[in-house]
Design a protein. Structure first.
Length: 331
């Protein structure tokens, strides 16, 4: 720092202010100090700054499954929002969403230099009281539940499923069949429950839900079973990947989409508009989920005050995979 001060012709205190991101330095002086830092090869010592400030400017993220489209989009948004606030992230993937693995990941992060933790574990896991979470670190939960212990930021899963089901009923379909996600999935449960409640509210028959695993393969397997039933005219799949498998099964079985069967997905993947036909789906705003989870965490880090849980909106995107049922088009 003394070398930088001599090179820039300023005091050591001014160099310290620039190095720590303070705003009480005029732009011309700041630029001169930054140029001097580059010339002499000076880099601020983040460990020393953390010792002085008590902050590491790092966020820990625990995430179950790196292969999920929603999880990866949320992680991208978290990393972008963290970087915009001057924070880095430390990611610990959890291979199996058991209480022991999550608790172990929490212990590992509590030993790292992080200021707070975001948990993205989409199972009904954090209801369990024996999951050990460090009391000294702020925690925000995404896509699960934590009771009243921690703020939760999540997509309004129920509203999205209601939009999808009501869209198909409004087209004239007598009922809507559902290809759901895994039974332990928090989001899949909310989508399935909202689908069923919407059918009951409209006096429609509730077919037995089919349980998939989010993959196009499971959607294809269930799609073949549904395609063999001529009474099936509308299918709501709990994500776009399973909807893709359903579309393939219907095409293979000679059932036209949407002339014979309408299909709706959930997520609005970038590829959904390139499905054939382009997929009607429920859009999730992953960028907003990631941004709001970082905002909630940093608010608690900086103020010590915990924010309330938040639901992020969904929107129905209508494309060419839905239409009135075939019997309404007959002369």
């Amino acid at each position: 720092m003394a070398d930088v001060a001599r090179e820039a012709g300023v005091s050591g205190q001014t160099v310290s202010r620039v190095a720590n991101g303070r705003d009480n330095v005029d732009a011309e002086t700041r630029e001169r100090v930054l140029d001097a830092m580059q010339k002499v090869g000076y880099r601020p010592n983040s460990a020393a700054r953390a010792l002085r400030s008590g902050r590491f400017h790092s966020i820990g993220v625990i995430m179950f499954t790196l292969s999920s489209f929603g999880n990866m989009r949320t992680l991208d948004a978290i990393a972008e929002a963290a970087a915009a606030s001057g924070y880095s992230i430390t990611l610990i993937p959890v291979a199996h969403p058991t209480q022991g693995e999550v608790s172990g990941a929490m212990r590992r992060l509590s030993e790292e230099a992080v200021d707070g933790i975001i948990i993205i574990v989409e199972v009904h896991l954090l209801d369990e009281r024996d999951v050990v979470l460090p009391a000294e670190l702020p925690v925000v939960v995404v896509d699960s539940t934590a009771g009243d212990r921690y703020p939760v930021v999540d997509t309004d899963q129920a509203h999205g499923a209601r939009l999808a089901t009501e869209h198909l009923l409004a087209l004239g379909h007598r009922t809507v069949h559902h290809v759901g996600g895994p039974e332990r999935s928090y989001s899949a449960t909310h989508r399935r429950e909202a689908w069923e409640a919407t059918l009951r509210e409209h006096g429609a028959e509730v077919p037995p839900p089919l349980v998939g695993d989010w993959s196009s393969e499971s959607g294809h397997a269930h799609g073949l079973a549904l395609a063999s039933d001529p009474d099936v005219t509308a299918i709501f799949a709990a994500n776009d990947q399973m909807a893709l498998g359903v579309l393939r099964a219907l095409h293979e079985s000679g059932r036209r989409v949407p002339e014979d069967v309408s299909v709706v997905g959930f997520d609005d993947m970038e590829e959904a508009r390139s499905y054939w036909p382009p997929l009607t789906t429920v859009r999730q705003f992953f960028d907003e989920v990631g941004r709001r989870s970082v905002e909630a965490l940093l608010h608690e880090v900086e103020s010590g005050e915990r924010r309330a849980s938040a639901l992020v909106r969904t929107a129905l995107v209508v494309r060419e995979s839905t239409a009135p049922p075939p019997d309404t088009n007959r002369p």
